[in-house]
Each structure stands twice: as C-alpha cells, then as structure tokens.
Design a protein around this ligand. Structure first.
Ligand SMILES: Nc1ncnc2c1ncn2[C@@H]1O[C@H](COP(=O)(O)OP(=O)(O)OP(=O)(O)O)[C@@H](O)[C@H]1O
Ligand SMILES: [Mg+2]
Length: 245
C-alpha cells in the first residue's frame, strides 16, 4: 500500500482537484484506491457525491476502532473508495497531537491489504495533522501555481521538513498554468533546476476542472478527451512509475 498526499501550506492551489483526478486515474488504470479526505471543508467528499459524515465519529477513527465497512464509502467509480471528511474532521488535529509518528498510516492497518494506493487530500495548514502526515506518506505531492510566491512557499516547506528531520520526499508539480503568461512559462521551464524531483507534467488552468463542482465527478467522467484530463492522466503515469506500483 503506497500513500501519497496532496499538500501545500497555500490554499486554493488545486490540492483537492488533483487528489480527486489522480485517484480517479489510478482507479481507472485498475489500482484499488482509497481517497482520504482530511479537510473539514470536505470538498473531495462533495466531489465524489458522498455525505460529509464520519460514521462512528472521529475519535473512534483515530483510535483505529471504527468499523471500516461503515466509515469507508464506495463510489460509483470502479476501484475507488472514499474515507470522507465532515466538519468534525477538525477534531483530528487535536487527537493526533497525542499520537506517535506515522499514526495516520497505522490507522489504516486493518484495510491496508485492500488498497494499492491511498491518496490524502489535506487542508492548507501546518498542524499536528500535517506533521503526522509527513511521517505517514511515501511522498508529498505539492501543486503549485507558477508564481514567485509559490516558489517561496515550496522553499519554506522544504526548510520545515529539513529542520524537523522529516525525510519525506517533496514532489512539486505545476498546476493552474497559463502558458500565455511569460512568468508562468519561465517558472515552468526553470523548475527542474532547483527542484529535480518535480513531476514534469503541467496541469493547465481549464474550465473543465472548475466544472467538477457542478458535475460532482472527476474530469474523466464528463470530459475524458479534454487537455486537463489528458494532463492528469500523464501526471498519474509519472507518479505510477515513481511509486513503483
Ligand atoms: N487546473 C485547474 N483549472 C481551473 N481551475 C482549477 C484548476 N485546479 C483547481 N481549480 C479551481 O481552483 C479552485 C481551488 O482548487 P482546489 O479546491 O482544488 O484547491 P485546494 O488547494 O484544494 O484549496 P483549499 O486550500 O481550499 O483546500 C477551485 O475552484 C477549483 O475548481
Ligand atoms: Mg482542498
């Protein structure tokens, strides 16, 4: 079971859109995927048409005492299940403070054989939740809009990981890109120099991604031939290779 998270300290950079579309691509290719919504905003949960509810409550979930067949929800997409969020998910941060490292991974102990891949959608915070996530995942996928401030945020995150001795690899990728803007093009072309572990696929800014909120589905379900869907497919294929799945 590989575990990756979509994470950035920055809000509104495409974490949720990327989590949902990457999970859908992996499931489409035949992997058994669990998409874990860790954000009380529950946007991933909404996109997959699941009720924002953690059956049995968050505390039981963190203690690993939930009944998994109730908490984990199937979706209309083959191979794709969701562990939903709700407003109550905000309690997870405090509950994780008292837990050891990698607890998020350990919470899934009982279902680890059921999934090839777990994709986490995280809130844009630096908290006990994110610190625990850093020790639980195989890699951090960091979506970034190609601007100077985003580069700075990446550096801050890397510095935090280094200072706290967290060896979790950071794999940035560009999203919401507009190749008509010279700054976007420049940053896209130079990203590999400072960030050799970046994923090279660029996700364009595209209205089909915004439509996910209306369709309540990954782009593959309603716009499979769109450039954005192709880009997510290619991003998944890069990731697939790196994770050696
Ligand atoms: N490639 C894209 N093209 C166009 N719009 C996009 C793209 N990716 C995301 N968006 C839109 O940008 C907004 C923010 O995206 P998203 O919710 O995925 O970001 P986020 O990083 O998860 O935000 P938050 O920090 O609030 O959780 C949404 O309205 C979404 O539809
Ligand atoms: Mg989000």
């Amino acid at each position: 079971m590989r575990m990756v998270s979509l994470y950035s300290i920055k809000g509104g950079v495409g974490k949720t859109a990327s989590a949902v579309n990457l999970a859908a691509e992996a499931a489409h290719k035949g992997l058994r995927v669990l998409l874990w919504d860790l954000d009380p905003q529950a946007a991933t949960t909404f996109y997959l048409q699941i009720k924002p509810r953690i059956r049995g409550g968050v505390e039981k979930l963190v203690k690993g005492k939930s009944s998994w067949d109730k908490v984990i929800r199937t979706t209309s997409l083959e191979n794709l299940d969701v562990l939903p969020a709700s407003l109550a998910s905000r309690e997870m941060d405090q509950l994780l403070e008292k837990r050891g490292t990698s607890h998020l991974r350990q919470m899934l102990k009982e279902v680890r054989k059921e999934y090839d891949l777990v994709v986490l959608d995280c809130p844009p915070t630096l908290s006990h939740l994110s610190e625990n996530m850093f020790t639980s995942v195989d890699a951090l996928l960091v979506p970034m809009v190609p601007t100077t401030l985003s580069l700075r945020t990446l550096e801050q995150l890397q510095k935090f990981l280094d200072e706290h001795d967290l060896p979790c690899p950071l794999w940035p990728f560009v999203t919401l890109a507009d190749r008509r803007r010279s700054m976007h093009v420049e940053i896209i072309n130079n990203l590999g120099k400072d960030w050799p572990l970046r994923l090279s696929t660029v996700i364009p800014a595209a209205s089909v991604v915004e439509r996910m909120g209306v369709e309540r589905a990954p782009v593959r379900e309603f716009a499979p031939a769109s450039p954005a869907c192709r880009a997510y497919e290619s991003l998944w294929s890069e990731l697939h290779q790196r994770l050696q799945l």
